[in-house]
Design a protein. Structure first.
Length: 194
């Protein structure tokens, strides 16, 4: 599997269950989220602007994806006045190191640890494990993604710096809505599209 095939396989909506271990305070918390990945054409204006922002031509983009997430963690404050820190989106654009698609730069319009544009690195191993490495000044982040089954993605992460955290996520692809499922749901709720 190469980086383009990885993103294509990751396309869709996923339910994620996460456990994070906060190493400094020696405590763990869990949470859930819904993650959606949509492939974008490399000619998309957001992709072109992101490439230009980081000094790359969009002609070098291998592919592009928009990832949105909406989640919660058990320590979240239940206050409606604060913004959900586990909600947002980013654009990913991998650019290979020369002709070697197995490694390169990964452009993001915003990172996870910091809400600013960032250039990380990716390494796609021969056994299909994607490693993302990002450094934000004093923060180092590394995540590994792999697919034990077509509709199951596992993700392990480590962030060192302001908050030393390890995490593990189990992500299950949600089935795409079908006409039969939509009609059955409408029948149960008494709504129709007539």
């Amino acid at each position: 599997m190469n980086i383009v095939e990885f993103f294509q396989h990751r396309a869709g909506t996923w339910t994620s269950t996460r456990t994070s271990h906060h190493l400094i305070i020696k405590k763990a918390e869990s949470g859930t989220s819904e993650i959606h990945l949509e492939m974008l054409p490399v000619s998309d204006l957001q992709v072109v602007e992101l490439c230009e922002q980081h000094g790359f031509s969009s002609d070098l983009a291998l592919c592009a994806a928009k990832v949105t997430w909406d989640g919660s963690m058990e320590w979240d404050k239940k206050d409606d006045t604060t913004e959900n820190p586990h909600q947002g989106f980013t654009i990913f654009v991998p650019i290979a190191d020369g002709d070697d698609m197995s490694r390169g730069k990964l452009l993001r319009h915003q990172g996870y640890a910091e809400k600013a544009p960032v250039v990380g690195r990716y390494v796609m191993s021969s056994d299909g494990v994607l490693s993302l490495i990002t450094e934000y000044g004093t923060v180092y982040s590394e995540e590994k993604f792999w697919f034990p089954r077509p509709n199951l993605c596992l993700r392990a992460g480590l962030t060192i710096g302001m908050s030393n955290v390890t995490s593990f996520c189990t992500e299950i692809r949600k089935p795409a809505p079908t006409k039969a499922n939509t009609e059955a749901a409408q029948t149960k709720t008494g709504t129709t599209n007539t």
